[in-house]
Design a protein around this ligand. Structure first.
Ligand code: NI
Length: 152
């Protein structure tokens, strides 16, 4: 495994639409392993492949003691709404308020190409929506009603 470089806002790669994964192979599994290591090292809740410069429809979410790897994800159901604070590993030093659905159902392929669905609510639903947006070149700062500097 290897820690990959997380690209930052301003890099045009973050604004592109990622491509579907056509074959879930060892190269994809290697990428997932590297993304997991990168996410843990950065102490984040989620990471999308374009954030490490790979324009593929892949993201991972690690929150509330759960870990998900999603390939070619689709948000097939959304309901309710929540307003809360959000940050991004590609937008260092900032956070902002973003409205998101309160519940989502995500359909995706796992690391062996097998389809699965997951229902999430609250923070987990927020994380899925945030990561999904990355695959379409959307950053949370585009949706934030209030953007603030992190003080530490
Ligand atoms: Ni992000």
């Amino acid at each position: 495994m290897a820690i990959r470089n997380i690209i930052q806002i301003g890099d045009p790669t973050l604004r592109k639409r990622s491509f579907e994964v056509t074959e879930v192979n060892d190269k994809i599994r290697q990428l997932l392993d590297d993304m997991k290591e990168t996410l843990i090292a950065a102490d984040g809740a989620g990471l999308a492949a374009p954030q490490v410069g790979i324009l593929r429809r892949i993201f991972i979410v690690m929150a509330e003691d759960k870990y998900y790897e999603c390939i070619n994800p689709e948000i097939i159901e959304k309901s309710g709404s929540q307003n809360g604070s959000e940050g991004c590993l590609s937008v260092r030093g900032k956070y902002g308020d973003v409205e998101r659905p309160n519940k989502v159902t995500v359909k995706a392929l796992d690391r062996y190409g097998k389809p699965f669905t997951v229902k999430a609510e609250g923070f987990l639903a927020r994380a899925f929506c945030h990561e999904y947006d990355h695959l379409d070149g959307i950053l949370y700062v585009d949706k934030a009603t209030k953007l603030m500097e992190e003080k530490d």
